[in-house]
Design a protein around this ligand. Structure first.
Ligand SMILES: C[S@@+](CC[C@H](N)C(=O)[O-])C[C@H]1O[C@@H](n2cnc3c(N)ncnc32)[C@H](O)[C@@H]1O
Length: 314
């Protein structure tokens, strides 16, 4: 799958990504939970609780769940639902899953599987206060975890041109990274920095327009938004640590299942699993990863950018 194909499900057509009000449709629910091989009575880590779709399926199959989320709203949802419905079988912590080994050990939990369904819940994408949408009038924040130091606007206000180029090209694979960053720094020096989702979307569109682009299948600001979101939330670092720390607490036969939504993230997972296999740690379960079938994509267009990979520990 090309990078563009993986990316476009994220922001390309905002508001058409499987959102139903405030809810979130879990992606590849059954393939992911099947890959975890849930044994009743054993513990599993849901590293990205969100709206609890995957946790709910693990619980329904008799597994116990230690859930993580950095978003306080997700943690409250978990506490008011599953923690009450499944006393002693469900525990949710307001933590980044990069701390999975430490937190599991502190609760004397030895999980048999770990699931990471990376990125954002649909409700976060449409949350006005996060400034994530192209039409948002609130300051560009983009922090899933409100305790993080820097918002997207902080990055735009303080980073140099080279650092902005690196974010846009490395994390967003934005072909106009250099031009957008240069225009951004110039606009900043004139006091015209884009400060809201709406302003940033218009700013990037104008750069494309001046270069002669008139129409595209997705919004021209898609990659810049994605890059900023990944940078603000240090998503690549968290994913890498969540997976590598997670492996430390898994027993032989334990499984790690990761669903990612863009090629940059998927590459991290693919390379980690390949390195583990080469060093004899276990087996890659699906060589090319698993993608959603047409029926799922029709029912939930956001799923079209997903790819699931899984590893079994020897
Ligand atoms: C795609 S949603 C998960 C959806 C969930 N599987 C479901 O079925 O509802 C991702 C969630 O993980 C959280 N999240 C993202 N990165 C995280 C991290 N490094 N540690 C903990 N939570 C994280 C986000 O706040 C969001 O709620």
């Amino acid at each position: 799958m090309r990078a563009e194909e993986m990316d476009e499900g994220l922001f390309g057509e905002q508001g058409e990504e499987g959102e139903v009000g405030d809810s979130h449709i879990p992606v590849m629910l059954f393939p992911a939970i099947d890959a975890l091989l849930v044994t009743p009575g054993e513990w599993y880590v849901d590293g990205t609780f969100g709206h609890g779709g995957h946790s709910g399926e693990i619980l329904a199959r008799g597994g116990n769940v230690l859930a993580f989320d950095v978003d306080p709203a997700a943690v409250s949802r978990g506490k008011s639902t599953y923690e009450k419905e499944y006393p002693g079988r469900f525990l949710i912590v307001s933590e980044n899953h990069r701390r999975v080994a430490e937190i599991a050990n502190s609760h004397h939990i030895r999980p048999r599987g770990i699931l990471i369904d990376s990125g954002w819940a649909s409700s976060q994408m449409t949350d006005e206060s996060l400034g994530m949408s192209f039409s948002s009038d609130t300051p560009l924040d983009m922090r899933m975890d409100p305790t993080l130091d820097s918002s997207a606007l902080d990055l735009l206000e303080t980073l140099g041109q080279d650092e902005l180029v690196q974010i846009f090209s490395d994390l967003g694979e934005e072909p106009m990274a250099w031009l957008i960053a240069r225009n951004m720094v110039e606009a900043r020096s004139r006091g015209h920095l884009p400060r809201t989702g709406k302003e940033l979307a218009a700013f990037v569109s104008a750069v494309y327009y001046r270069k002669g682009f008139r129409r595209s299948r997705k919004h021209p600001a898609t990659r810049v938004f994605m890059a900023l979101r990944i940078a603000v939330n240090r998503e690549i670092e968290s994913l890498t640590l969540g997976i590598t720390e997670g492996r430390k607490v898994l027993p032989v036969g334990g499984r790690i299942v990761v669903i990612s939504f863009h090629s940059r993230e998927d590459r991290v997972v693919k390379h980690l699993f390949r390195d583990w296999k080469q060093s004899g740690c276990g087996q890659i379960l699906f060589q090319r990863g698993v993608v959603p079938d047409q029926a799922e994509i029709l029912a939930n267009p956001r799923a079209r950018s997903a790819r699931m990979r899984a590893f079994s520990i020897d």
